[in-house]
Design a protein around this ligand. Structure first.
Ligand SMILES: C[C@H](O)[C@@H](O)[C@@H](O)C(=O)CO
Ligand SMILES: [Mn+2]
Length: 597
Protein backbone atom coordinates (compact mmCIF):
# COMPACT_ATOMS: atom_id res chain seq x y z
CA UNK A 1 0.00 0.00 0.00
CA UNK A 2 1.57 3.30 -1.02
CA UNK A 3 0.67 6.60 0.60
CA UNK A 4 0.46 8.54 -2.64
CA UNK A 5 0.90 8.18 -6.38
CA UNK A 6 1.82 10.52 -9.19
CA UNK A 7 -1.13 12.39 -10.67
CA UNK A 8 -2.44 10.69 -13.83
CA UNK A 9 -3.54 14.08 -15.20
CA UNK A 10 -1.60 16.77 -16.97
CA UNK A 11 -0.82 19.85 -14.89
CA UNK A 12 -0.43 20.59 -11.22
CA UNK A 13 -3.06 19.71 -8.67
CA UNK A 14 -4.70 22.86 -7.31
CA UNK A 15 -3.49 24.57 -4.17
CA UNK A 16 -5.52 26.56 -1.65
CA UNK A 17 -4.54 30.22 -1.46
CA UNK A 18 -4.88 31.98 1.89
CA UNK A 19 -5.38 35.74 1.87
CA UNK A 20 -4.77 37.54 5.19
CA UNK A 21 -6.84 40.73 4.93
CA UNK A 22 -5.96 43.66 7.20
CA UNK A 23 -6.87 47.23 8.01
CA UNK A 24 -4.33 49.13 5.88
CA UNK A 25 -4.02 52.19 8.17
CA UNK A 26 -0.41 52.60 9.28
CA UNK A 27 0.88 54.34 12.44
CA UNK A 28 -0.83 52.05 14.86
CA UNK A 29 -3.62 49.86 13.52
CA UNK A 30 -1.85 47.82 10.84
CA UNK A 31 1.30 47.39 12.88
CA UNK A 32 -0.70 46.08 15.82
CA UNK A 33 -2.46 43.50 13.67
CA UNK A 34 0.11 42.26 11.12
CA UNK A 35 1.39 39.43 13.31
CA UNK A 36 -2.05 38.26 14.41
CA UNK A 37 -3.52 38.30 10.90
CA UNK A 38 -0.58 36.43 9.38
CA UNK A 39 -0.73 33.90 12.24
CA UNK A 40 -4.41 33.33 11.52
CA UNK A 41 -3.58 32.69 7.84
CA UNK A 42 -0.76 30.27 8.71
CA UNK A 43 -3.00 28.54 11.18
CA UNK A 44 -5.72 28.06 8.54
CA UNK A 45 -3.12 26.81 6.05
CA UNK A 46 -1.73 24.33 8.54
CA UNK A 47 -5.22 23.11 9.42
CA UNK A 48 -6.32 22.59 5.81
CA UNK A 49 -3.08 20.92 4.71
CA UNK A 50 -3.19 18.53 7.62
CA UNK A 51 -6.79 17.52 6.93
CA UNK A 52 -7.14 17.40 3.13
CA UNK A 53 -5.68 15.10 0.53
CA UNK A 54 -5.78 15.02 -3.25
CA UNK A 55 -7.13 11.93 -5.04
CA UNK A 56 -3.48 10.92 -5.44
CA UNK A 57 -3.08 10.72 -1.66
CA UNK A 58 -0.76 13.76 -1.52
CA UNK A 59 -1.57 16.38 1.11
CA UNK A 60 -3.19 19.52 -0.25
CA UNK A 61 -0.79 22.45 -0.23
CA UNK A 62 -1.71 25.93 0.91
CA UNK A 63 -0.05 29.11 -0.28
CA UNK A 64 -0.19 32.19 1.94
CA UNK A 65 0.12 35.67 0.42
CA UNK A 66 3.53 37.25 1.00
CA UNK A 67 2.05 40.15 2.94
CA UNK A 68 -1.21 40.96 4.60
CA UNK A 69 -3.66 42.56 2.19
CA UNK A 70 -4.55 46.07 3.23
CA UNK A 71 -5.54 47.40 -0.18
CA UNK A 72 -5.59 46.82 -3.89
CA UNK A 73 -1.82 46.74 -4.50
CA UNK A 74 -1.39 43.92 -2.03
CA UNK A 75 -4.51 42.19 -3.39
CA UNK A 76 -2.99 42.28 -6.89
CA UNK A 77 0.37 40.99 -5.64
CA UNK A 78 -1.45 38.14 -3.94
CA UNK A 79 -3.43 37.31 -7.12
CA UNK A 80 -0.15 37.27 -9.04
CA UNK A 81 1.45 34.88 -6.58
CA UNK A 82 -1.63 32.63 -6.62
CA UNK A 83 -1.56 32.45 -10.43
CA UNK A 84 2.15 31.49 -10.40
CA UNK A 85 1.59 28.87 -7.71
CA UNK A 86 -1.48 27.24 -9.28
CA UNK A 87 -4.00 28.24 -6.64
CA UNK A 88 -7.50 26.96 -7.43
CA UNK A 89 -9.40 27.85 -4.24
CA UNK A 90 -9.20 31.03 -2.21
CA UNK A 91 -9.82 31.68 1.45
CA UNK A 92 -9.62 35.18 2.89
CA UNK A 93 -9.12 35.34 6.65
CA UNK A 94 -9.21 38.26 9.04
CA UNK A 95 -9.83 39.11 12.68
CA UNK A 96 -10.33 42.81 11.99
CA UNK A 97 -11.96 45.48 9.93
CA UNK A 98 -10.51 45.82 6.38
CA UNK A 99 -11.66 47.62 3.26
CA UNK A 100 -14.21 45.40 1.50
CA UNK A 101 -13.99 45.85 -2.26
CA UNK A 102 -10.37 47.07 -2.01
CA UNK A 103 -9.10 43.81 -0.56
CA UNK A 104 -11.47 41.22 -2.05
CA UNK A 105 -10.53 38.41 -4.41
CA UNK A 106 -11.91 39.37 -7.83
CA UNK A 107 -11.07 36.19 -9.81
CA UNK A 108 -14.49 35.01 -11.05
CA UNK A 109 -13.41 31.39 -11.64
CA UNK A 110 -11.90 30.57 -8.26
CA UNK A 111 -14.27 29.39 -5.51
CA UNK A 112 -13.94 31.73 -2.56
CA UNK A 113 -14.69 31.99 1.11
CA UNK A 114 -14.07 34.59 3.78
CA UNK A 115 -13.49 33.61 7.41
CA UNK A 116 -14.19 36.53 9.70
CA UNK A 117 -12.84 35.77 13.18
CA UNK A 118 -15.52 36.20 15.80
CA UNK A 119 -13.77 38.51 18.27
CA UNK A 120 -14.69 41.81 19.84
CA UNK A 121 -11.28 43.48 20.22
CA UNK A 122 -11.32 44.13 16.46
CA UNK A 123 -14.37 43.67 14.22
CA UNK A 124 -13.62 40.72 11.85
CA UNK A 125 -17.31 40.03 11.48
CA UNK A 126 -17.98 43.55 10.28
CA UNK A 127 -15.47 43.10 7.48
CA UNK A 128 -17.00 39.72 6.67
CA UNK A 129 -20.42 41.31 6.23
CA UNK A 130 -19.01 44.21 4.24
CA UNK A 131 -16.96 42.11 1.87
CA UNK A 132 -19.78 39.61 1.34
CA UNK A 133 -22.04 42.52 0.44
CA UNK A 134 -19.44 43.54 -2.15
CA UNK A 135 -19.19 40.00 -3.49
CA UNK A 136 -22.96 39.79 -3.81
CA UNK A 137 -23.26 43.19 -5.43
CA UNK A 138 -20.53 42.37 -7.96
CA UNK A 139 -21.77 38.87 -8.82
CA UNK A 140 -18.76 37.03 -7.41
CA UNK A 141 -20.33 34.50 -5.01
CA UNK A 142 -18.40 33.87 -1.81
CA UNK A 143 -18.98 31.69 1.25
CA UNK A 144 -19.02 33.41 4.63
CA UNK A 145 -17.54 31.67 7.66
CA UNK A 146 -18.18 33.06 11.10
CA UNK A 147 -17.88 31.05 14.32
CA UNK A 148 -20.86 30.99 16.65
CA UNK A 149 -18.93 31.72 19.85
CA UNK A 150 -16.80 34.81 20.53
CA UNK A 151 -13.07 34.05 20.80
CA UNK A 152 -10.36 36.08 22.54
CA UNK A 153 -7.94 37.97 20.28
CA UNK A 154 -5.00 35.69 21.07
CA UNK A 155 -6.96 32.43 20.67
CA UNK A 156 -5.54 30.50 17.72
CA UNK A 157 -7.84 27.48 17.99
CA UNK A 158 -10.29 26.89 15.18
CA UNK A 159 -13.71 26.15 16.69
CA UNK A 160 -15.52 22.99 15.51
CA UNK A 161 -18.24 24.87 13.62
CA UNK A 162 -15.61 26.88 11.73
CA UNK A 163 -13.57 23.74 11.01
CA UNK A 164 -16.61 22.04 9.51
CA UNK A 165 -17.32 24.98 7.20
CA UNK A 166 -13.67 25.45 6.21
CA UNK A 167 -13.42 21.78 5.24
CA UNK A 168 -16.78 21.67 3.44
CA UNK A 169 -15.86 24.75 1.41
CA UNK A 170 -12.32 23.51 0.70
CA UNK A 171 -13.34 19.99 -0.35
CA UNK A 172 -15.92 21.35 -2.79
CA UNK A 173 -13.61 24.12 -4.04
CA UNK A 174 -10.82 21.63 -4.68
CA UNK A 175 -13.25 19.42 -6.61
CA UNK A 176 -14.14 22.38 -8.84
CA UNK A 177 -10.49 23.23 -9.40
CA UNK A 178 -9.37 19.63 -9.95
CA UNK A 179 -11.86 18.78 -12.69
CA UNK A 180 -11.18 22.04 -14.53
CA UNK A 181 -9.23 21.55 -17.74
CA UNK A 182 -9.61 17.74 -17.68
CA UNK A 183 -11.62 15.60 -20.10
CA UNK A 184 -14.55 13.25 -20.21
CA UNK A 185 -13.69 10.38 -22.53
CA UNK A 186 -16.80 9.34 -24.45
CA UNK A 187 -15.96 5.90 -25.74
CA UNK A 188 -18.75 5.23 -28.20
CA UNK A 189 -22.05 7.02 -28.59
CA UNK A 190 -25.53 6.74 -27.14
CA UNK A 191 -26.31 3.41 -25.53
CA UNK A 192 -29.81 2.10 -26.17
CA UNK A 193 -31.32 5.58 -26.26
CA UNK A 194 -30.25 6.39 -22.70
CA UNK A 195 -30.46 10.20 -22.49
CA UNK A 196 -27.59 10.35 -20.02
CA UNK A 197 -25.33 8.95 -22.71
CA UNK A 198 -26.13 11.79 -25.10
CA UNK A 199 -22.88 13.53 -24.21
CA UNK A 200 -23.64 17.23 -24.04
CA UNK A 201 -20.39 19.05 -24.67
CA UNK A 202 -21.65 22.51 -23.57
CA UNK A 203 -22.58 21.03 -20.19
CA UNK A 204 -19.00 19.89 -19.63
CA UNK A 205 -17.47 23.08 -21.00
CA UNK A 206 -19.71 25.67 -19.38
CA UNK A 207 -20.56 24.10 -16.05
CA UNK A 208 -17.53 21.94 -15.27
CA UNK A 209 -14.71 23.64 -17.19
CA UNK A 210 -13.98 20.31 -18.87
CA UNK A 211 -13.78 19.14 -22.45
CA UNK A 212 -15.23 16.06 -24.11
CA UNK A 213 -13.08 13.67 -26.10
CA UNK A 214 -15.06 11.41 -28.44
CA UNK A 215 -13.48 8.13 -29.47
CA UNK A 216 -15.29 5.56 -31.54
CA UNK A 217 -15.43 2.02 -30.14
CA UNK A 218 -13.70 0.80 -33.30
CA UNK A 219 -10.53 2.27 -31.75
CA UNK A 220 -10.75 -0.41 -29.08
CA UNK A 221 -11.06 -3.07 -31.79
CA UNK A 222 -8.05 -1.59 -33.59
CA UNK A 223 -5.90 -1.69 -30.48
CA UNK A 224 -6.94 -5.28 -29.78
CA UNK A 225 -6.26 -6.38 -33.38
CA UNK A 226 -2.97 -4.50 -33.72
CA UNK A 227 -1.91 -5.38 -30.16
CA UNK A 228 -1.52 -1.79 -29.02
CA UNK A 229 -1.14 -2.39 -25.28
CA UNK A 230 1.72 -3.40 -23.03
CA UNK A 231 2.18 -7.15 -23.65
CA UNK A 232 4.01 -7.67 -20.35
CA UNK A 233 1.28 -6.00 -18.38
CA UNK A 234 -1.28 -8.04 -20.30
CA UNK A 235 0.36 -11.31 -19.21
CA UNK A 236 0.65 -10.07 -15.64
CA UNK A 237 -3.02 -9.00 -15.62
CA UNK A 238 -4.19 -12.28 -17.13
CA UNK A 239 -2.30 -14.30 -14.53
CA UNK A 240 -3.75 -12.14 -11.74
CA UNK A 241 -7.25 -12.56 -13.12
CA UNK A 242 -6.73 -16.33 -13.32
CA UNK A 243 -5.69 -16.37 -9.67
CA UNK A 244 -8.17 -13.88 -8.18
CA UNK A 245 -11.28 -13.59 -10.36
CA UNK A 246 -13.39 -16.63 -9.76
CA UNK A 247 -15.71 -17.48 -12.63
CA UNK A 248 -19.32 -17.63 -11.41
CA UNK A 249 -22.27 -19.82 -12.29
CA UNK A 250 -23.24 -19.82 -15.95
CA UNK A 251 -26.95 -18.97 -15.98
CA UNK A 252 -27.29 -19.36 -19.74
CA UNK A 253 -29.36 -22.22 -21.13
CA UNK A 254 -26.99 -25.05 -22.14
CA UNK A 255 -27.38 -24.33 -25.86
CA UNK A 256 -26.29 -20.71 -25.34
CA UNK A 257 -23.25 -21.47 -23.18
CA UNK A 258 -19.86 -20.75 -24.65
CA UNK A 259 -17.22 -23.48 -24.89
CA UNK A 260 -14.26 -23.47 -22.49
CA UNK A 261 -12.00 -22.20 -25.29
CA UNK A 262 -14.40 -19.39 -26.18
CA UNK A 263 -14.61 -18.43 -22.50
CA UNK A 264 -10.84 -18.33 -22.19
CA UNK A 265 -10.71 -16.12 -25.28
CA UNK A 266 -13.30 -13.81 -23.70
CA UNK A 267 -11.14 -13.47 -20.58
CA UNK A 268 -8.22 -12.42 -22.74
CA UNK A 269 -10.38 -9.89 -24.57
CA UNK A 270 -11.86 -8.30 -21.46
CA UNK A 271 -8.41 -7.91 -19.91
CA UNK A 272 -7.16 -6.22 -23.10
CA UNK A 273 -10.23 -3.96 -23.13
CA UNK A 274 -9.39 -2.87 -19.57
CA UNK A 275 -5.82 -1.94 -20.47
CA UNK A 276 -7.01 -0.12 -23.57
CA UNK A 277 -9.77 1.87 -21.81
CA UNK A 278 -7.28 2.97 -19.17
CA UNK A 279 -4.62 3.90 -21.74
CA UNK A 280 -7.21 5.88 -23.69
CA UNK A 281 -8.10 7.81 -20.55
CA UNK A 282 -4.71 8.67 -19.08
CA UNK A 283 -2.11 7.43 -21.56
CA UNK A 284 0.73 5.02 -20.85
CA UNK A 285 4.45 5.78 -21.34
CA UNK A 286 5.08 2.11 -22.16
CA UNK A 287 3.20 2.57 -25.44
CA UNK A 288 5.74 5.19 -26.54
CA UNK A 289 8.53 2.68 -25.93
CA UNK A 290 6.62 0.24 -28.09
CA UNK A 291 6.42 2.77 -30.93
CA UNK A 292 2.96 4.21 -30.29
CA UNK A 293 3.79 7.78 -29.35
CA UNK A 294 0.36 9.23 -30.03
CA UNK A 295 -1.50 6.50 -28.18
CA UNK A 296 0.89 6.89 -25.24
CA UNK A 297 -0.44 10.39 -24.54
CA UNK A 298 -4.02 9.45 -23.64
CA UNK A 299 -6.84 11.99 -23.38
CA UNK A 300 -6.25 13.58 -19.95
CA UNK A 301 -9.55 12.07 -18.84
CA UNK A 302 -10.70 12.43 -15.25
CA UNK A 303 -13.89 10.55 -16.12
CA UNK A 304 -15.15 8.50 -19.00
CA UNK A 305 -17.68 5.97 -20.16
CA UNK A 306 -18.13 3.08 -22.55
CA UNK A 307 -21.24 2.73 -24.69
CA UNK A 308 -21.00 -1.05 -24.85
CA UNK A 309 -24.61 -1.88 -25.59
CA UNK A 310 -25.44 -2.63 -28.14
CA UNK A 311 -23.04 -2.03 -31.01
CA UNK A 312 -20.10 -3.54 -29.11
CA UNK A 313 -21.82 -6.10 -26.91
CA UNK A 314 -23.85 -7.70 -29.70
CA UNK A 315 -20.53 -8.53 -31.29
CA UNK A 316 -17.84 -8.78 -28.61
CA UNK A 317 -17.52 -9.39 -24.84
CA UNK A 318 -19.19 -6.69 -22.76
CA UNK A 319 -17.47 -3.97 -20.73
CA UNK A 320 -18.56 -5.27 -17.32
CA UNK A 321 -15.17 -6.63 -16.24
CA UNK A 322 -13.32 -3.54 -17.43
CA UNK A 323 -15.81 -1.14 -15.86
CA UNK A 324 -15.81 -3.03 -12.55
CA UNK A 325 -11.99 -3.22 -12.34
CA UNK A 326 -11.37 0.34 -13.49
CA UNK A 327 -13.82 1.75 -10.96
CA UNK A 328 -12.22 -0.32 -8.17
CA UNK A 329 -9.30 0.91 -6.05
CA UNK A 330 -7.02 -1.96 -7.07
CA UNK A 331 -5.99 -4.26 -9.88
CA UNK A 332 -2.99 -6.46 -10.79
CA UNK A 333 -0.70 -3.54 -9.95
CA UNK A 334 -2.02 -3.34 -6.39
CA UNK A 335 -4.01 -0.50 -4.85
CA UNK A 336 -4.33 2.61 -6.99
CA UNK A 337 -6.67 5.51 -7.72
CA UNK A 338 -10.10 4.26 -8.84
CA UNK A 339 -11.26 5.48 -12.25
CA UNK A 340 -14.59 7.21 -12.75
CA UNK A 341 -15.92 5.21 -15.65
CA UNK A 342 -19.60 5.07 -16.52
CA UNK A 343 -21.44 2.04 -17.82
CA UNK A 344 -23.50 2.62 -20.97
CA UNK A 345 -21.54 5.87 -21.44
CA UNK A 346 -24.08 7.53 -19.15
CA UNK A 347 -21.94 10.63 -18.81
CA UNK A 348 -24.41 12.31 -16.48
CA UNK A 349 -23.94 9.45 -14.04
CA UNK A 350 -20.22 9.66 -14.79
CA UNK A 351 -20.30 13.28 -13.63
CA UNK A 352 -22.15 12.18 -10.49
CA UNK A 353 -19.37 9.67 -9.85
CA UNK A 354 -16.77 12.37 -10.45
CA UNK A 355 -18.41 14.75 -7.97
CA UNK A 356 -18.59 12.02 -5.34
CA UNK A 357 -15.04 10.92 -6.04
CA UNK A 358 -13.46 14.34 -5.81
CA UNK A 359 -15.24 14.94 -2.49
CA UNK A 360 -14.19 11.62 -0.95
CA UNK A 361 -11.16 10.27 -2.88
CA UNK A 362 -12.99 6.95 -2.75
CA UNK A 363 -14.36 4.56 -5.38
CA UNK A 364 -17.91 5.25 -6.58
CA UNK A 365 -20.60 2.72 -7.30
CA UNK A 366 -22.54 2.99 -10.57
CA UNK A 367 -25.91 1.28 -10.53
CA UNK A 368 -29.31 0.98 -12.11
CA UNK A 369 -31.98 2.25 -9.71
CA UNK A 370 -34.03 -0.79 -10.49
CA UNK A 371 -36.83 -1.75 -8.13
CA UNK A 372 -38.69 -0.44 -5.11
CA UNK A 373 -39.64 -3.33 -2.87
CA UNK A 374 -42.34 -2.44 -0.35
CA UNK A 375 -42.66 -4.48 2.84
CA UNK A 376 -45.98 -5.78 1.46
CA UNK A 377 -44.47 -6.91 -1.84
CA UNK A 378 -41.63 -8.64 0.01
CA UNK A 379 -44.17 -10.38 2.25
CA UNK A 380 -46.16 -11.50 -0.78
CA UNK A 381 -43.25 -13.04 -2.65
CA UNK A 382 -41.16 -14.35 0.26
CA UNK A 383 -43.55 -14.62 3.21
CA UNK A 384 -41.09 -12.61 5.31
CA UNK A 385 -41.91 -9.62 7.52
CA UNK A 386 -39.10 -7.11 7.39
CA UNK A 387 -37.76 -5.25 10.40
CA UNK A 388 -35.33 -2.46 11.20
CA UNK A 389 -34.14 -0.24 8.38
CA UNK A 390 -35.89 -2.47 5.81
CA UNK A 391 -39.31 -2.13 7.42
CA UNK A 392 -40.43 0.69 5.14
CA UNK A 393 -39.18 -1.00 2.00
CA UNK A 394 -35.94 -0.62 0.07
CA UNK A 395 -34.48 0.00 -3.36
CA UNK A 396 -32.64 -2.57 -5.41
CA UNK A 397 -29.48 -0.99 -6.82
CA UNK A 398 -28.10 -3.33 -9.42
CA UNK A 399 -25.86 -2.50 -12.27
CA UNK A 400 -26.08 -4.19 -15.61
CA UNK A 401 -23.00 -6.16 -14.76
CA UNK A 402 -20.37 -3.76 -13.56
CA UNK A 403 -19.80 -2.06 -10.23
CA UNK A 404 -16.71 -1.17 -8.23
CA UNK A 405 -15.55 -4.15 -6.19
CA UNK A 406 -15.05 -1.72 -3.29
CA UNK A 407 -18.87 -1.66 -3.16
CA UNK A 408 -18.87 -5.19 -1.72
CA UNK A 409 -18.27 -3.55 1.68
CA UNK A 410 -15.39 -5.91 2.46
CA UNK A 411 -13.13 -3.09 3.63
CA UNK A 412 -13.62 -1.95 7.19
CA UNK A 413 -13.36 1.16 9.29
CA UNK A 414 -13.68 0.70 13.07
CA UNK A 415 -14.75 -2.85 12.36
CA UNK A 416 -17.66 -1.76 10.17
CA UNK A 417 -18.05 -2.28 6.38
CA UNK A 418 -16.61 0.68 4.47
CA UNK A 419 -15.18 1.97 1.22
CA UNK A 420 -11.88 3.82 1.69
CA UNK A 421 -9.32 5.86 -0.23
CA UNK A 422 -6.77 3.53 -1.84
CA UNK A 423 -4.01 4.52 0.56
CA UNK A 424 -6.03 3.22 3.50
CA UNK A 425 -6.87 -0.13 1.93
CA UNK A 426 -4.85 -3.06 3.29
CA UNK A 427 -3.90 -6.04 1.07
CA UNK A 428 -6.22 -8.32 3.10
CA UNK A 429 -9.10 -5.98 2.29
CA UNK A 430 -8.34 -6.17 -1.42
CA UNK A 431 -8.34 -9.93 -1.04
CA UNK A 432 -11.69 -9.93 0.71
CA UNK A 433 -13.28 -7.76 -2.04
CA UNK A 434 -11.98 -10.18 -4.67
CA UNK A 435 -13.14 -13.25 -2.75
CA UNK A 436 -16.60 -11.74 -2.30
CA UNK A 437 -16.95 -11.29 -6.07
CA UNK A 438 -17.63 -13.94 -8.67
CA UNK A 439 -17.64 -13.40 -12.42
CA UNK A 440 -20.55 -15.22 -14.06
CA UNK A 441 -20.66 -15.43 -17.82
CA UNK A 442 -22.82 -12.60 -19.14
CA UNK A 443 -26.40 -13.61 -19.93
CA UNK A 444 -26.49 -14.17 -23.66
CA UNK A 445 -30.00 -12.84 -24.25
CA UNK A 446 -28.70 -9.40 -23.35
CA UNK A 447 -25.03 -9.84 -24.23
CA UNK A 448 -24.66 -11.88 -27.40
CA UNK A 449 -20.94 -11.25 -27.44
CA UNK A 450 -20.38 -12.70 -23.95
CA UNK A 451 -18.14 -11.30 -21.26
CA UNK A 452 -18.23 -11.51 -17.48
CA UNK A 453 -20.34 -9.59 -14.99
CA UNK A 454 -19.09 -8.69 -11.52
CA UNK A 455 -21.39 -10.37 -9.03
CA UNK A 456 -21.47 -9.56 -5.33
CA UNK A 457 -23.83 -8.49 -2.58
CA UNK A 458 -22.94 -5.26 -0.76
CA UNK A 459 -22.71 -5.59 2.98
CA UNK A 460 -25.37 -3.70 4.90
CA UNK A 461 -24.65 -0.96 7.40
CA UNK A 462 -22.71 1.35 5.11
CA UNK A 463 -23.73 5.02 5.13
CA UNK A 464 -24.22 5.91 1.48
CA UNK A 465 -25.23 8.88 -0.63
CA UNK A 466 -26.77 8.44 -4.05
CA UNK A 467 -26.72 11.32 -6.50
CA UNK A 468 -27.94 11.91 -10.02
CA UNK A 469 -27.30 14.75 -12.40
CA UNK A 470 -30.03 15.26 -14.99
CA UNK A 471 -30.39 17.71 -17.83
CA UNK A 472 -33.80 19.35 -18.02
CA UNK A 473 -34.94 21.30 -21.02
CA UNK A 474 -35.31 24.94 -20.12
CA UNK A 475 -33.45 24.56 -16.82
CA UNK A 476 -30.12 22.87 -17.56
CA UNK A 477 -28.39 20.49 -15.16
CA UNK A 478 -30.05 19.69 -11.83
CA UNK A 479 -28.80 17.42 -9.06
CA UNK A 480 -30.68 14.95 -6.88
CA UNK A 481 -29.22 13.66 -3.63
CA UNK A 482 -30.41 10.90 -1.32
CA UNK A 483 -28.47 9.96 1.81
CA UNK A 484 -29.21 6.54 3.24
CA UNK A 485 -27.80 3.14 4.13
CA UNK A 486 -26.98 -0.15 2.54
CA UNK A 487 -28.89 -2.91 4.33
CA UNK A 488 -28.60 -6.65 4.85
CA UNK A 489 -31.64 -8.73 4.02
CA UNK A 490 -32.20 -12.14 5.54
CA UNK A 491 -30.33 -14.50 3.15
CA UNK A 492 -33.49 -16.34 2.09
CA UNK A 493 -35.22 -13.06 1.20
CA UNK A 494 -32.18 -11.84 -0.74
CA UNK A 495 -32.10 -15.14 -2.63
CA UNK A 496 -35.72 -14.91 -3.78
CA UNK A 497 -35.59 -11.23 -4.76
CA UNK A 498 -32.22 -11.50 -6.47
CA UNK A 499 -33.17 -14.58 -8.49
CA UNK A 500 -36.21 -12.76 -9.89
CA UNK A 501 -33.92 -10.39 -11.76
CA UNK A 502 -30.53 -10.92 -13.31
CA UNK A 503 -28.61 -12.85 -10.64
CA UNK A 504 -25.26 -12.37 -12.41
CA UNK A 505 -25.17 -8.69 -11.47
CA UNK A 506 -23.92 -6.91 -8.33
CA UNK A 507 -26.60 -5.97 -5.81
CA UNK A 508 -26.85 -3.28 -3.17
CA UNK A 509 -30.03 -3.03 -1.08
CA UNK A 510 -30.44 0.66 -0.29
CA UNK A 511 -32.72 2.54 2.10
CA UNK A 512 -32.71 6.33 1.79
CA UNK A 513 -33.26 8.36 4.95
CA UNK A 514 -36.85 9.49 4.84
CA UNK A 515 -38.22 12.70 6.29
CA UNK A 516 -41.95 12.17 5.84
CA UNK A 517 -42.09 15.08 3.41
CA UNK A 518 -42.14 15.64 -0.37
CA UNK A 519 -39.91 13.27 -2.33
CA UNK A 520 -38.58 11.88 0.96
CA UNK A 521 -42.04 11.06 2.31
CA UNK A 522 -41.11 7.38 2.13
CA UNK A 523 -38.78 5.04 0.26
CA UNK A 524 -41.24 4.61 -2.59
CA UNK A 525 -41.40 8.34 -3.24
CA UNK A 526 -37.60 8.60 -3.45
CA UNK A 527 -37.61 5.95 -6.17
CA UNK A 528 -40.62 7.53 -7.88
CA UNK A 529 -38.93 10.93 -7.95
CA UNK A 530 -35.56 9.68 -9.17
CA UNK A 531 -34.87 11.36 -12.48
CA UNK A 532 -33.10 8.62 -14.43
CA UNK A 533 -32.33 4.93 -14.67
CA UNK A 534 -28.98 5.28 -12.91
CA UNK A 535 -27.48 6.62 -9.72
CA UNK A 536 -23.91 7.29 -8.57
CA UNK A 537 -23.37 6.06 -5.04
CA UNK A 538 -20.69 7.25 -2.63
CA UNK A 539 -19.69 5.78 0.70
CA UNK A 540 -20.55 8.16 3.53
CA UNK A 541 -23.13 10.85 4.08
CA UNK A 542 -21.75 13.46 1.73
CA UNK A 543 -24.99 15.19 0.77
CA UNK A 544 -23.95 18.49 2.36
CA UNK A 545 -20.67 18.51 0.45
CA UNK A 546 -22.55 17.77 -2.78
CA UNK A 547 -24.92 20.69 -2.12
CA UNK A 548 -21.96 23.03 -1.56
CA UNK A 549 -20.21 21.77 -4.69
CA UNK A 550 -23.39 22.09 -6.77
CA UNK A 551 -23.78 25.71 -5.68
CA UNK A 552 -20.21 26.47 -6.79
CA UNK A 553 -20.98 24.95 -10.21
CA UNK A 554 -24.37 26.74 -10.30
CA UNK A 555 -26.27 23.47 -10.49
CA UNK A 556 -29.53 23.64 -8.52
CA UNK A 557 -30.44 20.74 -6.24
CA UNK A 558 -33.88 19.36 -7.10
CA UNK A 559 -34.22 17.11 -4.06
CA UNK A 560 -32.09 16.22 -1.06
CA UNK A 561 -32.50 14.92 2.47
CA UNK A 562 -29.60 16.78 4.06
CA UNK A 563 -30.52 18.31 7.46
CA UNK A 564 -30.74 22.11 7.08
CA UNK A 565 -27.99 22.82 9.62
CA UNK A 566 -25.44 21.10 7.36
CA UNK A 567 -26.25 23.15 4.25
CA UNK A 568 -23.58 25.64 3.23
CA UNK A 569 -23.93 27.81 0.14
CA UNK A 570 -22.53 31.17 -0.94
CA UNK A 571 -23.84 34.16 0.96
CA UNK A 572 -25.76 35.43 -2.08
CA UNK A 573 -28.06 32.38 -2.08
CA UNK A 574 -29.84 33.63 1.04
CA UNK A 575 -30.58 36.91 -0.69
CA UNK A 576 -32.49 35.11 -3.42
CA UNK A 577 -35.04 34.22 -0.73
CA UNK A 578 -33.93 32.99 2.69
CA UNK A 579 -37.34 31.57 3.54
CA UNK A 580 -37.49 29.27 0.53
CA UNK A 581 -33.96 27.89 0.15
CA UNK A 582 -34.75 25.55 -2.72
CA UNK A 583 -36.47 28.13 -4.89
CA UNK A 584 -33.63 30.52 -4.01
CA UNK A 585 -31.11 27.91 -5.18
CA UNK A 586 -32.80 27.73 -8.61
CA UNK A 587 -32.98 31.49 -8.89
CA UNK A 588 -29.36 31.99 -7.83
CA UNK A 589 -28.06 29.36 -10.27
CA UNK A 590 -30.05 30.94 -13.11
CA UNK A 591 -28.95 34.43 -12.20
CA UNK A 592 -25.23 33.67 -11.87
CA UNK A 593 -25.28 31.23 -14.80
CA UNK A 594 -22.77 28.47 -15.55
CA UNK A 595 -19.41 29.04 -13.84
CA UNK A 596 -17.51 29.05 -17.13
CA UNK A 597 -20.00 31.16 -19.09
C1 LIG B 1 -28.91 -5.54 -20.08
C2 LIG B 1 -29.79 -4.35 -20.12
O1 LIG B 1 -29.79 -3.84 -21.40
C3 LIG B 1 -29.32 -3.31 -19.11
O2 LIG B 1 -28.11 -2.83 -19.53
C4 LIG B 1 -30.33 -2.25 -18.88
O3 LIG B 1 -31.31 -2.74 -18.04
C5 LIG B 1 -29.73 -1.08 -18.20
O4 LIG B 1 -28.78 -1.20 -17.46
C6 LIG B 1 -30.31 0.26 -18.47
O5 LIG B 1 -29.64 1.26 -17.78
MN1 LIG C 1 -27.81 0.56 -16.69
Amino acid sequence: MSASVKSPWIGRLPKIGIRPAIDGRRRGVRESLDGQVMAMARNAAEFLSSRLKHPTGEPVQCVVADTCIGGVAEAAACADKFAREGVGVSLTVTPCWCYGSETMDMDPLIPKAVWGFNGTERPGAVYLAAVLAAHNQKGLPAFGIYGREVQDAGDSTIPDDVQEKLLRFARAGLAVATMRGKSYLSLGGVSMGIAGSIVDQPLFERHLGMRVECVDMSEVARRIDEEIYDPDEFEKALAWVGAHCKEGKDYNPPAARKSAEAKAADWRTVVKMTLIFRDLMIGNPRLAELGYGEEALGRNAIAGGFQGQRAWTDHAPNGDFSEAILTSSFDWNGVRMPFQFATENDCLNGVGMLLGYLLTNTAQLFADVRTFWSAEAVKRVTGATLEGRAAGGFIHLINSGAATLDGSGEQTRDGKPAMKPFWEIAPEEVDRCLKATTWPAAVSEYFRGGGYSSCYLSKGGMPMTMNRLSLVHGVGPVLQIAEGWSIDLPPAVHEVLNERTNPTWPTTWFVPNTTGEGPFADVYSVMANWSANHGAISYGHIGADLVTLASMLRIPVAMHNVPPERLFRPSAWGLFGALEPQAADYRACTSFGPLYG
